[in-house]
Write a protein that binds this ligand. Structure first.
Ligand code: HEM
Length: 174
């Protein structure tokens, strides 16, 4: 079992940078698909570029995680509570992967190359495959809703640890 009381500095930086990025991506995504304003296209271009950045960050974050010890969960949590906490964390990682991948595949089958801040372009199919595009578009939307629910649960759990149980869980990430 780990004796560490706090997440390493790099893990804390990854955590808060990605929290800001993912919450902004979810908010921008939900806003842009419900608007017909001219800024909608600008947000969409930025959304795709930052989505690719999110994919790179989540890979770097997982690699970084394997090189650092993480604090153990409080001893007084039941085995079931520990299992649920760990399962929720791995599900978060899974969704953080699945969001950019489904977004990219949606664009790939729409034959629209994703431009990343003018630095490079991700390849796209030569012809539109409307059915596969629609499948990934639908998947991207459902995964986003699952991610919103899981992020809300994650924040509620962190606040519960801090204000009700008054343990070290939230402080270990600050
Ligand atoms: C962490 C990464 C990402 C998050 C959290 C995210 C989130 C979202 C959300 C919440 C929506 C609105 C879904 C709906 O209400 O139907 C959306 C739409 C969209 N996303 Fe993403 N996204 C991510 C990555 C990407 C990437 C990498 C791409 C493409 C390269 C992309 C392309 C799109 C497109 C094109 C739409 C608009 C779909 C439409 O209505 O035609 N997304 N995204």
């Amino acid at each position: 079992m780990s004796n560490t009381q706090k997440f390493s500095l790099s893990m804390r930086l990854f955590h808060w940078a990605m929290a800001a990025l993912i919450i902004s991506m979810l908010a921008a995504g939900l806003l842009m698909v419900r608007s017909l304003e001219p800024w909608q296209l600008t947000i969409l271009t930025v959304h795709k570029a930052f989505g690719v950045v999110a994919a790179v960050l989540v890979i770097a974050r997982l690699v970084n995680r394997f090189f650092h010890q993480i604090p153990a969960l409080p001893n007084d949590l039941s085995n079931l509570q520990k299992f649920v906490a760990q399962a929720a964390h791995w599900l978060l990682y899974l969704l953080l992967f699945a969001m950019p991948i489904s977004g990219y595949l949606m664009q790939y089958f729409a034959a629209r190359p994703a431009d990343v801040f003018g630095w490079f372009r991700l390849p796209a199919a030569l012809n539109v495959d409307i059915q596969t595009y629609a499948l990934f578009r639908e998947l991207h939307g459902w995964l986003a809703l699952a991610l919103v629910a899981l992020v809300a649960l994650h924040i509620a759990a962190a606040l519960h640890h801090h204000f009700i149980r008054k343990d070290n869980v939230l402080k270990s990430m600050l």
